[in-house]
Design a binder for this molecule. Sequence first.
Ligand code: ATP
Ligand code: MG
Length: 196
Amino acid sequence: MSQDHQQRMARKKAVIDERIAKATEERGVLILLRGNGKGKSSSAFGTLARALGHGQSCAVVQFIKGRVQTGEYKLFHDHPQVQWHVMGHGFTWETQDKQQDIEAAKQAWAVTEKLLQDDSIDMLVLDEMSYMFKYRYLPIEPVVAALQHRPKNQTVIITGRTMVEELLAIGDTISTIKDDGHAFRLGVKAQAGIEW
Ligand code: ATP
Ligand code: MG
């Protein structure tokens, strides 16, 4: 290895060490996972698995009731440290009953609002919640207020293809998952263990 390379690496390490030394705050964060690519919900549930591995208490609210028996549901729903809620009647792309969807959204929000006040919950996953704002099923203001007043150490993860500006403004960690290709467009059908 050249001396030049070693010097560059040493400088890089010094910069990173300095950044690590500056990041001293310990608190929950708001993670927003958006974009058209595959990997938002699976990232959220992967992070949930991480938290559970450390013995943390977690809750999940699924705002869109697609397939009920997803792999993550089967694995986590009766875990002693997990509370799992699926939105009432279930907004699906098929129902097309707006009034029923709004009712279900309100019920899911009522559950979520309580969880956002519960300091025994370390991590809260709000899967596909972003659609509730896109379709104006829920007003954004009370959600922003509740997120800002949640327990200091509670981490919240919100997923959905589009994120409203109000959430982007208060997100700590924001990842946009880009669609650079999807097997579905190659004629591969949705499969257990990959899609659900
Ligand atoms: P995953 O749950 O696999 O992490 P996701 O949460 O990023 O996906 P959603 O927008 O919630 O994606 O879409 C839900 C379903 O659609 C999943 O089964 C997912 O695999 C699939 N999907 C995601 N992105 C695409 C895409 N670009 N084209 C086709 N299907 C997709
Ligand atoms: Mg998803």
